[in-house]
Design a protein around this ligand. Structure first.
Ligand SMILES: [Zn+2]
Length: 385
């Protein structure tokens, strides 16, 4: 028999607990195995929300989550009346949204089993939204199960997390990610292997990388930078290139999303509505959305720069591996020749220093340092012999 838990990549320790909870839930009462509030945490790309959705499917499926029946399928695609998946387009989940949600889920489950709410970004709850949610979670004896997802436990309000059972997902192995790309996404074994390596266990990024030529060519440009640091002028040029590439990649994905959001919002207010109150309401809401989009765009550029720096770090990591005689686990296998050449020409301690400088630059950026200056300082260190 197939099971929705088989699709969770590298999370066997969690599947086991969830299957136990599903069996316990069949008795209909809350027990130690089956409780009504859970937090799924794990690094980006580990599949937090996939795990939560699989659990939701298993709870409402009469076959413990077969993945094939109507129940399972409609739960996954958002069509099941008893399963609600909250995905956040915006930067925060506001108290009004939670209040609306609470009225929707106040009814008993239509099929008589459980009503499940999956919240993909519980870390984006505003404080008042979290407090409103807390009241609902505290209510015992309801048939609603709350599945909250967040990067770490610290991202969830202490009052909420103390009432939830916690499940920590792992970063899946490169081999596990590779197998998913081959089996689920029909990607060739060579590309799947390469994508799994360079995305270091991030399933979503691996798929994006394997299916997107412009992302691959951006990576190639970034990874060439360490080889082009012959002079100070070249170091400054490299810093500018890194910022340009990262910015372009971030805006490519945010622009189309921004437009769609504004369109949707205008539709919600009734596009072309002529009442004066309606028009001011819509204009105000659009303005607010644009403000949110702007700060999200800034964050995405920063994330993208951080991703580029992480990529650079893998270059020096590979150099270190080559210098210590370990070559089997090279991440940038497409640059084997360049990396081996670089390794034989640079002193032993230098790759460690460069790795440290990259991590320091990432820390500075995380504390809101100016991106260009930070990257310029970094490139000057990387240019040292
Ligand atoms: Zn099923």
């Amino acid at each position: 028999m197939s099971s929705v838990f088989e699709d969770l990549v590298g999370q066997e320790h969690i599947s086991h607990i969830l299957m136990g909870a599903v069996s316990a839930s069949r008795t209909g009462s809350v027990s130690q195995e089956m409780t009504h509030a859970w937090v799924f945490t794990g690094p980006p790309g580990s599949g937090r929300s996939s795990a939560a959705v699989a659990f939701a499917q298993a709870l409402i499926c009469s076959n413990h989550g077969c993945g094939d029946c109507n129940e399972c399928q409609s739960a996954a695609t958002g069509g099941h009346p008893d399963v609600e998946v909250i995905r956040t387009e915006g930067l925060s989940i506001k108290v009004e949204e939670i209040r609306e949600l609470l009225t929707r889920v106040a009814w008993a489950p239509s099929m008589g089993g459980w009503r499940v709410v999956v919240m993909e970004d519980a870390d984006r709850l505003t404080e008042s939204a979290a407090n409103a949610l807390l009241k609902a979670i505290e209510e015992t004896g309801t048939r609603t199960v709350w599945l909250l997802c967040a990067p770490t436990l610290h991202d969830v309000l202490p009052t909420i997390r103390s009432r939830c059972r916690h499940l920590q997902l792992r970063t899946p192995s490169i081999e596990a990610v590779k197998q998913v790309l081959i089996k689920r996404d029909n990607i060739s074994p060579t590309m799947a292997d390469f994508a799994a390596r360079v995305s270091q266990g991030h399933i979503g990024r691996a798929k994006y990388f394997a299916t997107n030529e412009s992302v691959r060519s951006n990576r190639r440009m970034i990874m060439q930078l360490p080889l082009q640091l012959g002079s100070l002028a070249a170091a400054f040029q490299a810093a500018q290139s890194l910022i340009d590439i990262a910015t372009e990649e971030a805006s490519a994905s945010s622009e189309s999303r921004d437009e769609k959001e504004i369109e949707k919002l205008q539709e919600a207010y009734g596009k072309g509505a002529t009442g004066r109150g309606m028009a001011t309401g819509a204009a105000k809401a659009v303005k607010e959305l644009e403000k949110e989009q702007k700060s999200r765009a800034t964050r995405m550029v920063r994330d993208s720069i951080d991703g580029a720096l992480l990529g650079l770090a893998t270059f020096y990591r590979d150099v270190l591996m080559v210098q210590s005689g370990v070559t089997g686990s090279m991440i940038n296998s497409d640059m084997r020749f360049e990396i081996e050449n670089y390794a034989s020409n640079c002193p032993d301690h230098s790759a460690v220093e460069k790795l440290r400088a990259i991590m320091e630059a990432r820390n500075h950026l995380a504390m809101n340092a100016a991106p260009l200056v930070t990257c310029e300082a970094l490139m000057c260190v990387l240019a040292r012999k």
